[in-house]
Design a protein around this ligand. Sequence first.
Ligand SMILES: *[C@@H]1O[C@H](CO)[C@@H](O)[C@H](O)[C@H]1NC(C)=O
Ligand SMILES: *[C@@H]1O[C@H](CO)[C@@H](O)[C@H](O)[C@H]1NC(C)=O
Ligand SMILES: *[C@@H]1O[C@H](CO)[C@@H](O)[C@H](O)[C@H]1NC(C)=O
Length: 356
Amino acid sequence: MDTQKLLYCVLCYFLLSLLSAQQVVRGSLAPHHHHHHHSHRHISKFRPSKLFVFGDSYADTGNTGKAWPSWKYPYGITFPGKPAGRFSDGRVLTDYIAKFVGVRSPIPYRWRKYGIPLLKYGMNFAYGGTGVFQTLYPGPNMTTQIDTFHPLITDNVFTIRDLQSSVALVTLSGNDYAYIASSGGSAPAIQSFILKVVKQLAVNLKRIHGLGVKKVAVTALQPLGCLPRSTAMASFRQCNGTVNLLVNYHNLLLEKAVATLNNETNDSPFLILDLYASFMFVIENKGSRKFENPLKPCCFGISSDYNCGNVDESGAKKYTLCKDPKASFFWDGAHPTQEGWNAVYSALQPTLEHLY
Ligand SMILES: *[C@@H]1O[C@H](CO)[C@@H](O)[C@H](O)[C@H]1NC(C)=O
Ligand SMILES: *[C@@H]1O[C@H](CO)[C@@H](O)[C@H](O)[C@H]1NC(C)=O
Ligand SMILES: *[C@@H]1O[C@H](CO)[C@@H](O)[C@H](O)[C@H]1NC(C)=O
């Protein structure tokens, strides 16, 4: 082997171990979940072997460019120990769903060339800041993410047979709505826009299933009115009920849309992961994991709620950082901490049992 090749291999190995270091979530799988996996294997023949992920920052594990805050300190301090593109101090929803499915967290599309051996776990196309339509941020909308996936269904990347043993996770966390909120809009205009968003989401879900993916799990909208971004004005003491009403409308329409989609097929392939109920469960401290003030984020901008991770010209932080991210439910203005996602994941368990 010549030196260049050797160097290449060493580099490759290095990147691979970096990437797989991101994937060790499975290690902490609670014993009783193993038990569930076993019992399910006996009952149903469907055994997912891959996870495909579409959506936004709630699911993104490294697709955005390095200019994004998710690539800046203090993002990633808990896991993998440095900024690596996750919008949290550590693991995000994708990592926990992968853990449930029993595969490694799938490789972000952006890093696919460095993770060929990881392709057997699926792929993550989710991109922070995106929605079903154009949002305030650049980045591939969900349609484009699916367009990117489609040509990979070939004989040498993902086969139709692969897809038949696959699960898709689709997150839509409200970036489409940030756009209208900032541009102002009357209540009827907002309502008809919500209808449009859910319609487009349903089109996307149907398309993912149509490509051959066996089960498609989609997130209901989390209580946007409880995000630190919405509660900062109220010193993180209470959720904004007006905002949550609109969220409930979105979720009601989504439920109807998913029921209709399931009714069109005979094996009910679509499943809603109710982030509204699970976030509220944790925020209201009803779970076993309690947070002292669940509404108060760990990392928060001083002049703007988007400033976690930003510094000024002199290098001074434009944000405050809590001592222990494990003690907070929210990480920044919009995203849970790893501990927060872990608590949400626990609350989602009964739903996840329906994945297979
Ligand atoms: C998604 O983005 C593409 C490329 O910018 C655009 O052509 C398309 O219309 C967008 N799709 C939707 C549903 O907005
Ligand atoms: C709740 O959000 C709405 C819509 O953004 C806003 O107009 C209202 O002032 C907020 N209410 C409180 C109490 O912050
Ligand atoms: C399901 O489909 C049947 C027959 O097409 C229809 O009668 C029924 O109302 C549908 N149910 C829902 C929830 O859409």
